[in-house]
Ligand binder design. Structure first.
Ligand code: COA
Ligand code: AMP
Length: 636
């Protein structure tokens, strides 16, 4: 049987220009495009060349102008401050227009960068949309990163203005943001002209005269700014994501392709129509937050829930159900780790029974591999389809999913179902030859990438080419390995680089190693992601100390843990390290990460033929057992 999904998929691959031009007709353009796809400078493909639009107009004004002004655009639900506040499209448009006026008064114009370092409050979303309104490029930095990471992003993005808030709230803790911001600006070589600070009632920040502006005062004195038409190919935002080194990659997304693709996905993937309530329980600092808390639901004219809280502890493991029932959420999207946290506290789903969840039609999971146990627990307790889907910061939207607005395929546990229209996905061998169905290979996407995918890395075309385009010429390298079965179901098994996924947060072990090796007593180190029941993976560090170091190992371990927290941030969740005599290596000196990982995860492993000294594996096994890992694994 040919399904609507099959028709859409085939057209998107064989006639992408027709397919995406039709989707673009659903959007507002000041000037239509001259060419849907410009492939004159491969692999730098450009979508909707010659077109002019405004992203903020499409997210807000369009709905006000077409009679949706009184509909809720955003529901801010913050159990940590005991606040629920609803913004209609009209109210949000007016706030955003005024904030855009504040930015304009600070001299921000088209193409200028604005860094947004904020907790999960409506002002974060307003700041993003205000930038889009005047054609400025925003770069949101996740609140869980340390000052050093923020400084790195300030140096790379060179923002004219930084928008921040006095504090974030993490469960019961208040995290003052302003000292982190001040420290980051002090550390950075580049200095912004001004900072706009939203003062929250629970923590007042000290403002620096001449540099910092109080949000409320600035808003009171500003007049609204109109939407500025920008080229479809102009950048909308930069979002930094972990690469293989401490220097993050600045993923650049354009205005036109992003609008067209994201608006299309709301129905095709999530089955959301205008007026429906959609809730992505993520953070605006991550791509999921950009795409599905802010942009896509608003492009579609839906209502987006902005949640400031945690799945457990704010106040309990029933908060998700309270929000779904109270705001009549139709689809929820979160990371499996959030459901693992709930499942751990409420294994039988007793709290679910206290709420009417009849509005909920589908649960979407992404951000890390969904373990079948979590999917089945959710299916059993929520009695709705639970849809795993796979994507990346770089892609901006799902590469593989069960496209619920097109056709619902039977779920195969462990698979995010099939490639989404637009993504010509293959599993290939190192020579870029497709591997047979069911065999593991590198997951790659044949170029061109669909609209909305990254266009380059900020001011670093060379790194863009090297990281994504060179290993498999003509294809985008996802850096995920997996297989595609005979029915075209995709299975994403592991990263092929040193990225790990901790509680749905993407982190680089390479970046952590850079921090550890800066410790004066450390000669050599390795950081690996090992399996964790709650967070999916957690990092653990192995330290080889310099000859002659006499200090107690425990002190050095404490110090490196503090260094990672201080330099990368609490989000790294780096809490375990151990001292080993040496690291298992090949004869050519490469650390045997895969083998160490297998031992840690209690999987059968092979002693590689190229190993320099097999005894090092036994030493490693002992170290891991000491940390509570490894268990009873043995070499096959
Ligand atoms: N600002 C400041 N600190 C932050 C932060 C933020 N925005 N986000 C996280 N942190 C801190 C936490 O307070 C914690 O600090 P601690 O070491 O002092 O306890 C640390 O970073 C690790 O945070 P996290 O990984 O979130 O662990 P947790 O134990 O607080 O919570 C979960 C565990 C599973 C409940 C939580 O990770 C979760 O809800 N995950 C869903 C992830 C998600 O939405 N991912 C987006 C992709 S869809
Ligand atoms: P991020 O860029 O933070 O969204 O992280 C992207 C990475 O997370 C991917 O490259 C995968 O390794 C992993 N990932 C995201 N979603 C899934 C999923 N549904 N299944 C398996 N891995 C996933």
């Amino acid at each position: 049987m040919t399904t609507p999904y099959d028709v859409a998929y085939a057209e998107s691959i064989h006639h992408p220009e027709e397919f995406w031009a039709r989707a673009a007709e659903e959007c507002h353009w000041y000037k239509k495009w001259d060419k849907v796809l410009d492939d004159s400078n491969k692999p730098f493909y450009r979508w909707f060349v010659g077109g002019e639009l405004n992203t903020c107009y499409n997210a807000l004004d369009l709905h006000v102008d077409s009679g949706r002004g009184d509909q809720p655009a955003v529901i801010y639900d913050s159990p940590v401050t005991d606040t629920i506040k609803i913004y209609t499209y009209l109210e949000l448009r007016d706030e955003v227009a005024r904030l855009a006026g504040v930015l304009r008064d600070q001299g921000v114009t088209k193409g200028d960068r604005v860094i947004i370092y904020m907790p999960m409050i409506p002002q974060a979303l307003m700041a993003m949309l205000a930038c889009a309104r005047i054609g400025a490029i925003h770069s949101v930095v996740f609140g869980g990163f340390a000052a050093n990471e923020l400084a790195t992003r300030i140096n790379d993005a060179t923002p004219k203005v930084i928008v921040s808030a006095s504090c974030g709230i993490e469960g019961a803790k208040i995290i003052p943001y302003k000292p982190l911001l001040d420290k980051a600006i002090e550390m950075a070589a580049f200095k912004p002209q001004s900072c706009i600070i939203f003062q929250r009632s629970m923590e007042k920040a000290q403002l620096i005269q001449g540099r910092d502006l109080d949000w409320d005062q600035a808003m009171a004195g500003a007049s609204p700014a109109d939407c500025v038409p920008v080229a479809a190919t102009d950048p909308l935002y930069i979002l930094y994501t972990s690469g293989t080194t401490g220097q993050p990659k600045g993923v650049v997304r354009d205005n036109g392709g992003h609008l067209v693709a994201l608006k299309w996905t709301m129905k095709a993937i999530y089955d959301i129509d205008p007026g429906d309530v959609f809730w992505a329980a993520s953070d605006v600092g991550w791509v999921v937050g950009h795409s599905y808390i802010v942009y896509a639901p608003l492009f579609k004219g839906a209502t987006s829930v902005l949640f400031e809280g945690k799945p457990v502890g704010t106040p309990d493991a029933g908060v998700f159900w309270r929000i779904i029932s109270q705001h009549k959420v139709k689809s929820q999207f979160t990371a499996p780790t959030a459901f693992r946290a709930i499942k751990r506290e409420d294994p039988n789903g007793d709290l679910i029974k206290n709420y009417d969840l009849s509005s909920l039609k589908i649960l979407f999971l992404a951000g890390e591999r969904s373990d079948p146990d979590t999917i089945q627990w959710s299916e059993r307790n929520l009695k709705v389809p639970v849809i795993d889907h796979w994507w990346q910061t770089e892609t901006g939207w799902a590469i593989a999913a069960n496209c619920m607005g097109l056709h619902r395929f039977p779920v195969k546990y462990g698979s995010p179902t099939k490639a989404v229209p637009g993504w010509n996905l293959l599993a290939v061998d190192p020579g870029t030859k497709p591997v047979p169905a069911g065999e593991t290979g590198a997951l790659v996407v044949k170029l061109p990438l669909p609209p909305g995918a990254l266009t380059t890395l900020w001011q670093n075309d060379a790194r863009f080419l090297e990281a994504y385009m060179e290993e498999f010429p003509g294809y985008y390298k996802t850096a995920d390995a997996g297989y595609i079965d005979a029915e075209n179901y995709v299975y994403v098994m592991a990263r092929t680089d040193d990225i790990i996924n901790v509680a749905g947060h993407r982190l680089s072990t390479g970046a952590m190693e850079e921090v550890l090796s800066d410790h004066p007593d450390v000669a050599e180190c390795a950081v690996l992601g090992v399996e964790d029941q709650l967070k999916g993976q957690v990092p653990i560090g192995f330290l080889v100390l310099k000859a002659g170091v006499k200090r107690p190992n425990e002190d050095i371990i404490k110090e490196v843990i503090a260094m990672v927290r201080d330099r990368i941030g609490p989000v790294a969740a780096f809490k375990t390290a151990t001292v080993v005599k040496r690291l298992p290596k090949t004869r050519s000196g490469k650390i045997l990460r895969g083998t160490i990982q297998k031992i840690a995860d209690n999987k059968t492993y092979k002693v590689p033929a190229t190993i320099d000294d097999p005894e090092t594996l036994n030493e490693m096994k002992q170290a891991l057992t000491g940390l509570g890992y490894a268990g009873s694994t043995s070499a096959s």
